[in-house]
Design a binder for this molecule. Sequence first.
Ligand SMILES: [Zn+2]
Length: 470
Amino acid sequence: MEGFTHRAGYGVWINDVRSEALRIPNWPCMIYDDITDRSLRSLIDTMARAGYNELCLWGLLNSYSWTFDFSRESEPARVSRVRELISYAQGKGIRLIYGLGVYSWGCDEIIRRIPEVRGTNPHALCGSSEESFRQVCRIIDFLFHTLDVDGVHLESADLGRCMCEKCAPIDNFSYHCALNRRVAEYIRKKYPDQIIMVNLINWQPRDDKLTDPDDPRVTALAELSRSVDYIIDPGHLGHYVPMDHVRQIAGRLHCDFGTAGGTRTYFYPEWERLRTFLPFAHHAHTHLSALYQNGGRACEYYTGPLVNPASEFNTAVAGRALSRPWESYRTLAEEALDELYRPRDAAAMTALYELFDGAEDAWFDNWDCRVALSRRPPDNRPTDCFRDFDAYRAKGSDAMEMSLRGVSHLENYMPREHWARYREALSSLLADAGRLMGRTQEDRKIARIIECLRNTVLDLSQLEEYERWK
Ligand SMILES: [Zn+2]
């Protein structure tokens, strides 16, 4: 039996997985220092052991803006560091996928300098201008001539789109489908060995689902799929293709189809790495098993800073679930715990397993299915993402991204009346974690779990006091 074909880990940006918080809030952060490098190599090591075969990173050379003459991105010191990282990943069997904006993410200076590509959005080229396409090709050529990457993650909609009078009449889905298709065809023809992935982030409002295989949008996606290797429906606020419809929709595509692994966390680079203990591997396993059974064969799995014990565990379990989606959660979780902690006996293994599962339950038992209140257009409105929470839990089929920044996840995703319950559950796990000291070969990591739990308990205590006295 074969597992998922595309078992990609997702960085996302190079400093999101940093082992130490950035001192200055800065997103997305383009610094590539020793900590960035060490953190990424450690991620690659863990991913290789867990069975991933691709790693997608944003920010290796650019974020909002490529310089017009690529002078900054050609800087020998930076290029050589990035080349070494790519070759390190390849040496471990991990192909490097470059996160590349399509008509956006990188185009700010081009837009400022060339009037012909300028539409209504300072971050997105006008999709109706031929000069825009020429500029995109110039970026692609520079990228493939500078770095020996194995593929690209194409993304056109995260920063919105042009709404000039030529672009505006085209609906979002058709617009992004056409931009990605043209760029994918260019890459396929000129660089046929490159893996091409298209990510559907922000293509249309989250409530607008794809359920009918005869929907013209699915037909357009099927045309696009002739030129790409896989399509990812990331589900920041629920998937566009509900799990019950994956088999039919994916069946129309000429490429692999998948998700970003279901519900996940996103660590901002300046956020303290040990401020939460939020395992969600059990949910991810349920989701990935269902995706596989329905014909999904691709995943771009959100990793996180591995110094955080929950991120490390989530990443280690998901890689195994992508390689062997038919195995039980318990089998894969214990395999990951054995590698990461080397428990000294069976009782210690059981205690560890229960600690991670208990922390996952503590969160999901107190979460009320609400998601962050702000997303970029077209999703910038308050939302109850999963109205049927029991169905969500049973199937693990839908997804959301929980941003970790300050205490916003506790305030935005959890009702105030659940804070005390969550705090009490974590306090009890804190005692369990203390009893694990000396029972594995990784006391250092157990100490980190304790610190994570303690920090969350402190955050919750302060939130409760603040609420009482404000
Ligand atoms: Zn336009």
